[in-house]
Every structure is written in C-alpha cells, then in structure tokens.
Design a protein around this ligand. Structure first.
Ligand code: BMA
Length: 375
C-alpha cells in the first residue's frame, strides 16, 4: 500500500512539473508588441494567434452571437446563439465587434448592438477561448455625422487641432469600455483592435483622398499614445487596408513595424467570383511577403460574399482556393444583418450545404478547435 501511495505521489509530482513546464515555456518577455507596457494577456493572445497560424485558419464572424437572419439575442437571452452554430453546430473561433458610437457615450453601437450585451458576450466567448477583434466606425469629429461623412477631419484631431479635446474625450470613453472587459480573475480581456481600416479607399473620413499618408500615420500613432495614457494595455493593433493592387499600396499608409502587431486586408467579393479568388491569392501573397520580413501574424480581416445569387458552392470553390495554404491566422466574415445584407451563411441560405463541407476541412478551425490551442 505504502509503495502504491509513493507511486501516486511521484506520478502527481511528475504531472505537476510537466504542466508547469508547458505554461512557463512561453517566455512573455521575449514577446515584443507595439505597446511596450502590454499586459501579459495581450502577449498571450499574440502567442495564441501565432500558434493558430501553424494549425490552420480560424473562422470568424462579425456580431455572430448578437443577431443573425431573423433573430436577435434579446429574443432568447438565456443562450449564445449564432447562424453559424445553427448550420454546423459550432461557434466561430473569432468574434468581431464594431465599437462605433462608444465615442459618443451611447449605450448601443451604430448597428444597435448594446455595449452591455457586447461586454457580456465578449466575457463569455473569451472564457471559452475565442479571439475578439474590434473595428471602429467612429463618427466624423468635425461634422458629427458618420464615418462615411468625408468632411476633412484628420488634422483637426491631431495634437493642436481644433477638435483635439473632443477626440481625447472619445478615446477616454473607448478606453473605459475596453478596460471594463474583464475576465473572472479581473484581468482585462485582450482584443485585436483594428482602427481606421480600409484607409486606401476614400469612403471613410480617414481615407486616401481625405488625408495624407503622414497625417494618417500621425493619427495612428497619436491614437495609440492616447489609449496607452488612458491605461489601455490589452490591445494588439491590426493594420488592415482594403483590397490591394500592389505592395506599394500596402506600404503607403503603413504606420511602421513598431506600431503594428498584426497585418491584414479586407477583401469583398464585389467584382465576381474569379476576380475575388485571384484577389485573395494576390493580396494574401503580399501579406505573406511582408510577414516574412516583419515576422507578424496576418489575417483576412474582413470578407464575405455580398451577393450569393446562385453561388451554391461559394465556400469550397470560390473562397477556399483563395485562402488555402495562405498562412493567414483567421478569416472574418462580415455581419448577417438581414437577408439583403449578409456575408456568411445561415439556415436555409443557398450556400448552407457547401458551408458544411467547407467547415469539415482540417485547416478551417472553429471555437472547439481553437479552444484546444493553448496560450
Ligand atoms: C458596414 C455595413 C453597415 C454597418 C457597418 C458597421 O459594412 O454592414 O451596415 O453599419 O459596416 O458595422
């Protein structure tokens, strides 16, 4: 009996040593990200993204659990629902949110998602191992209209600008929200933050025709400084232009390696299937080339088919050939807002069966698979 107990103790000690080794094997001080005071949680997220990239492509969906086609979370608040889960029985691994209107102190974002609901879902999804990413369709600080109002505004919020004070207040509100996202041990939940996206297009006030590349870079750097001075250290910063024609397009507004953690690109299927697949290959090739130099993880930060029409096999025949072996850590599909504005599938949708086939591919990862990838 004594021998047996001794054996048990030895076994217990070995297990302890092995499990401690696997956590301490991550050398956090060797992870250098844009925020030099980044939290351990942010560094662990960075590490997790690097691990995911080695295994496959995490499937992401915008506002996945807040609403879908024909339902919203408030209708059935007791459980986490998602169009994707209804189709394949699994939740997405990456969850995108937009925090537009947090700057105004509102209780709901620009798409009427309540910030309280967003916080609750982020807490729950993070505890299950999901990755959280955020875009920011902030209003135009000069005209007080939307992100799509292109009244000149960038210089007005840079240091010394007329609306600087307002912008500082906006960042304070944003910072308060980000710091309110805490796990059950009161640690701030890390987020991939993707501000001022699609800057190489001209549809947003921070876009190509509305500021110079220098002003854009200054906006990026000053925003990062303001967030840090508001005590926000939970972010990985993602730079995501819209579909690129060349590597120069990528470089034009790039804030610099020391201010960016993840590189991405937003590509929608606007001009037909063949062009889309080609754009994916070409653009993800550009990211791969950049990453081979700056060693940053990269992702398809927004995508989707905004006109499924007859595209029953869109997932396996149009999207997949463009992303397979690309090395991206994730692909995030935009929101399923209504049947005339959706970017992923849902029950009864034309590409539903094909999505099931796509989801079975070894390299397409859902929450249950990403959960197992340790920090
Ligand atoms: C856009 C559209 C808009 C939405 C915005 C922010 O691409 O989906 O309806 O308000 O994203 O989510």
């Amino acid at each position: 009996m004594k021998y047996f107990i001794n054996l048990l103790i030895v076994f217990f000690l070995i297990t302890l040593v092995v499990s401690c080794k696997s956590t301490s094997a991550i050398n956090l001080s060797a992870i250098n990200i844009a925020d030099e005071s980044a939290s351990d949680q942010a560094k662990l997220l960075y590490h997790k993204i690097q691990q995911i990239q080695k295994k496959g492509i995490a499937f992401g969906h915008q506002d996945a659990t807040a609403y879908g086609i024909g339902w919203k979370h408030e209708d059935n608040p007791s459980s986490l629902n998602s169009d994707i889960q209804e189709v394949v029985g699994k939740l997405p691994a990456v969850h995108g949110y937009d925090i537009g209107h947090i700057e105004l102190g509102r209780s709901q974002n620009l798409d009427t998602v309540s910030f309280d609901l967003m916080r609750d879902h982020i807490k729950e999804l993070h505890s299950m191992g999901a990755i959280i990413t955020m875009s920011w369709h902030l209003d135009n600080p000069v005209s007080n209209w939307s992100s799509w109002d292109t009244t000149a505004a960038v210089t007005s919020i840079l240091k010394g600008g007329q609306e600087r004070e307002k912008y500082e207040l906006w960042i304070k509100r944003l910072g308060n929200f980000l710091n309110s996202l805490v796990d059950n041990q009161n640690r701030v939940i890390p987020v991939v933050f993707r501000p001022f996206h699609e800057m190489n297009g001209s549809w947003f006030w921070w876009g190509e025709d509305h500021c110079t590349p220098e002003q854009y870079r200054q906006l990026w750097v000053e925003t990062q400084e303001l967030l840090k001075s508001n005590g926000v250290h939970s972010l990985l910063y993602a730079y995501s232009p819209n579909t690129l024609n060349s590597i120069d397009d990528f470089d034009k507004f790039y804030p610099g390696d020391e201010y960016v953690d993840i590189i991405g690109v937003d590509i929608y299927n606007h001009s037909g299937n063949e062009i889309y697949t080609e754009q994916l290959k070409h653009n993800l090739g550009i990211l791969r080339q950049k990453a081979s130099v700056n060693n940053k993880p990269y992702a398809l930060t927004e995508s989707g088919n905004n006109n499924f029409g007859e595209d029953e096999k869109w997932w396996t025949e149009v999207l997949y050939p463009g992303i397979e072996n690309s090395g991206i850590a994730w692909a995030l599909f935009w929101r399923n807002a209504r049947s005339s504005h959706y970017f992923s599938t849902y029950p009864g949708e034309i590409s539903e069966e094909d999505f099931k086939t796509f989801a079975k591919k070894d390299d397409i990862l859902f929450l249950n698979e990403v959960q197992r990838i340790s920090n």
